[in-house]
Design a binder for this molecule. Structure first.
Ligand code: FES
Length: 155
């Protein structure tokens, strides 16, 4: 990863950690699920409001490291206003970015600021931080009721 890209990555993570978007409870959520990383104890609750296959609202609550919080914040921004199928595609792309199995330049074109997480691929131990909120969102969206744990995560 070149230094320009690394700087972009750091700026995005810092910004979303400091000022998380869509943070807080959602009273009229249609889908709610908890996710946690039992190794560190970090946990988030994801709230989604889905109507006519569109994710009208996405919010989150909880606490965790800078990467997990920034990732949750960007996840809610990314999927808001999207269809369930589009959110699924973003979820798949995010995995590819984190595992380094996609070209960063191509990623930037397709998924914008999500591509900043390509930096996490350099630190495998942080991949679970980045995927926590995404897995929770994905399971919530598909009505899987069990609390998400990163220790069952294959990311
Ligand atoms: Fe706990 Fe990152 S250290 S999710």
């Amino acid at each position: 990863m070149d230094s320009e890209f690394r700087e972009l990555y750091q700026q995005i993570i810092l910004d979303h950690n400091k000022s998380p978007r869509n943070y807080g409870h959602l009273d009229d959520a249609t889908h709610v699920l908890d996710g946690q990383n039992p190794v560190c104890g970090d946990h988030y609750t994801i709230y989604l409001k889905v109507k006519d296959n569109i994710i009208e609202q996405a919010r989150f609550e909880g606490s965790g490291c800078a990467i997990s919080k920034a990732s949750a914040s960007i996840m809610t921004e990314t999927i808001k206003g999207k269809t369930i199928e589009e959110a699924d595609r973003y979820f798949e792309w995010f995995h590819k970015i984190l595992t380094g199995s996609v070209d960063v330049n191509e990623s930037l074109l397709k998924v914008g600021k999500l591509a900043a997480f390509a930096g996490v691929a350099d630190f495998p131990v942080r991949v679970k931080c980045a995927t926590l909120a995404w897995h929770t969102m994905h399971n919530a969206l598909h009505n899987k009721k069990e609390r998400v744990s990163t220790e069952e995560d294959e990311a």
